[in-house]
Design a protein around this ligand. Structure first.
Ligand SMILES: [Zn+2]
Length: 356
């Protein structure tokens, strides 16, 4: 299983169109082995040894089942990765995010997987964690307390010890390395991915912290703010997701309070898509430095993605000074996402540092 995956997965990482091949092969193989149950290719031989034939048939059926289970697991893994690109695409690398521009391509492939999976899970009993049922959300059956159970790949959401968001308190006050922003006017597109409003940016925006450079990939919003500071929540938060050359993530969180209107937020709202999962390319550009607070003091700690799969090893940089947006601008987001914040997670003895 792991070996097979290690063969399939690297191909997937490089080319989004690659996974459909192994899956189709796996599923057609399954169909072939299922067919042998009724019309064995070597039926003439088996009719001579009916008892042995039946035993062989049973063994073959068992093999077919095992193959089905294997195919199911592979399909599930691939489905998860694809789902991750679609749903949690906000944390995906730029190449994956660009795939939003090709919805038809993506719509076709998951169907192959879900069909394969549905067919297999009915016989093999695998499928409780099928990607088709793993629709995570912020309330009800797919709510945050269930995330870790929706899919084996979301396990970190349950068992992780470095999860986000947290209530930021008891930080160590030190002279933190300055957090520098190298943002410039950039082309952008806006997408409603079913969990938030996300803005994907063209290349060329960077932050630098502790000698590492991370490139901005996208930013998105939560309401209310996911993180708290000494127990205090905020109206909203913007998460600006950056990635370095090694694929490590650094998220800059800009807390948002009710106040004056904010021009950059308005330009995002102006480009809100009419349909979910269909990116709207804006005609204008945006300079993300407009959304940053004047003061560059920050809190920092190690955490995770705040959405499934809740992967850890994310460097969090939470700006101390909040920005303002107007009540009307808050109301617009609220109509789309009245509540899309993960609850506070255990600090588990994590070190929090903050600017003096
Ligand atoms: Zn976020």
């Amino acid at each position: 299983m792991l070996l097979l995956l290690s063969i399939y997965l690297p191909a997937m990482a490089n080319d989004a169109s690659a996974p459909s091949k192994p899956i189709k092969q796996a599923s057609s193989k399954d169909e072939a082995s299922a067919a042998t149950k009724e019309e064995p290719k070597s039926s003439s031989k088996e009719s001579k040894y009916s008892k042995e034939g039946k035993a062989a048939e049973a063994a073959r059926a068992k093999d077919a089942l095992a193959a089905d289970e294997l195919a199911a697991k592979i399909a599930e893994k691939l489905a998860f990765i694809r789902k991750e690109k679609e749903d949690a695409g906000k944390y995906a690398p730029r190449a994956m995010i660009r795939s939003y521009a090709a919805p038809t391509r993506r719509e076709v492939k998951p169907k192959v997987i879900s069909d394969a999976h549905a067919a297999i899970s009915s016989t093999a009993g695998v499928g409780a964690a099928a990607h088709g049922t793993a629709h995570w959300s912020y309330e009800g059956e797919g709510g945050p307390l269930m995330w870790g159970k929706l899919n084996p790949d979301y396990a970190k959401c349950d068992i992780g010890e470095r999860q986000s968001p947290i209530d930021i308190r008891d930080g160590i006050r030190v002279d933190l390395d300055p957090l520098t922003f190298d943002y410039k006017p950039s082309r952008f597109s806006v997408i409603d991915n079913g969990h938030t409003i996300q803005v994907n940016l063209s290349a060329g925006n960077y932050i630098n912290v502790s000698g590492r450079t991370y490139e901005l990939v996208q930013f998105h919003f939560h309401k209310p703010s996911e993180e708290r500071v000494n127990g205090k929540g905020f109206e909203m938060v913007a998460h600006m997701v950056h990635k370095d050359g090694d694929g490590k993530l650094a998220v800059v969180a800009v807390l948002i309070e009710r106040g004056k209107a904010q021009a950059l937020v308005q330009s995002v709202w102006n480009n809100l898509p009419l349909e979910k999962n269909q990116a709207v390319q804006a005609l204008s550009t945006m300079d993300l430095s407009q959304i940053l607070p004047t003061r560059r003091d920050y809190y920092t700690y190690m955490g995770s993605l705040t959405t499934p799969p809740c992967s850890e090893g994310v460097l969090w940089l939470v700006m101390k000074e909040a920005i303002e947006i107007s009540p009307e601008q808050l109301a617009i987001f609220s109509r789309l996402y009245p509540m899309n914040a993960r609850p506070i997670q255990k600090p588990s003895g994590r070190l929090i540092k903050e600017s003096n």
